[in-house]
Design a protein around this ligand. Structure first.
Ligand SMILES: *[C@@H]1O[C@H](CO)[C@@H](O)[C@H](O)[C@H]1NC(C)=O
Ligand SMILES: *[C@@H]1O[C@H](CO)[C@@H](O)[C@H](O)[C@H]1NC(C)=O
Ligand SMILES: [Cu+2]
Length: 150
């Protein structure tokens, strides 16, 4: 029956390790306003913003704030692009809408970062990619897990 003991012990280790991972990854969940006080707007460099705000963690919440459409305002939206190439070229052909032009109003649109180590490519989809290309409205994040001492 010695074999069972070893198996039990490794099972326990796995369970303990798994629960540690879970508590570690749900521990924080900061709300981060994209662009800070600039919110989500045309002409702000979001790649620089994302670089300065690294690291991003799993369960962090990105908040996109922008005014709803009006005659005097630019319209904005939030899309996810599938890969680095579409991101670099602002190619919206396979973009996935996550927040339309009205969803950034009020408290803003909240997006929870769930996938660890995998990049999320965020862009504004307005004007056929012009806001992405010329307006700086693009950035990517690669959420990491928390270290245990965080
Ligand atoms: C945006 O999405 C919201 C929530 O799904 C919906 O109620 C609203 O009608 C949409 N607005 C536009 C302009 O598509
Ligand atoms: C944002 O800033 C970076 C670094 O200075 C620069 O390489 C990039 O072209 C800028 N993007 C825009 C849209 O201005
Ligand atoms: Cu825009």
């Amino acid at each position: 029956m010695a074999g069972f003991g070893v198996l039990d012990r490794s099972l326990i280790l796995i369970v303990v390790a798994a629960s540690l991972l879970v508590t570690v990854s749900v521990a924080r969940g900061d709300k981060i306003i994209v662009g800070g006080s600039d919110h989500w707007r045309y002409g702000f460099n979001y790649s620089v913003w994302a670089f300065q705000n690294n690291p991003f963690y799993v369960n962090d919440v990105l908040v996109f704030k922008y005014d709803p459409p009006s005659k005097t305002q630019f319209h904005h939206s939030v899309y996810l692009l599938p890969n680095m190439w579409s991101y670099l070229t602002c190619d919206l052909s396979r973009a996935k809408l996550i927040a339309n032009t009205t969803q950034g109003d009020g408290e803003g649109f909240e997006f929870v970062l769930k996938k660890r180590w995998q990049p999320y490519y965020f862009v504004c989809g307005e004007r056929g990619g012009l806001h992405c290309k010329d307006g700086g409205m693009k950035f990517f994040v690669k959420p990491t897990l928390h270290r245990e001492h965080d």
